[in-house]
Design a protein around this ligand. Structure first.
Ligand SMILES: [Zn+2]
Length: 71
């Protein structure tokens, strides 16, 4: 199971579900087009897009201490 503790994301195994792209039952990740949950085989159809979507999911705002801001 994937969980978030504070600003740290722990990626773990997920329960198999139906892939939004091919319909197979497999472990999915939300790295498909427009956040679609896709299986590994579908993720590897376009590794560049999958990588972009993965990175976009990982880019979360990081809180900045008020003392560190310029405003
Ligand atoms: Zn698939």
């Amino acid at each position: 199971m994937t969980t978030q503790v504070g600003n740290t994301l722990f990626i773990g195994a997920e329960k198999p579900q139906q892939c939004d792209d091919c319909g197979e039952i497999a472990e999915l990740r939300p790295y498909g087009k427009n956040g679609a949950c896709i299986c590994f085989d579908c993720a590897m159809k376009d590794p560049d897009e999958t990588t972009r979507n993965f990175v976009a999911k990982m880019l979360v705002p990081i809180p900045v201490a008020k003392e560190a801001r310029d405003d």
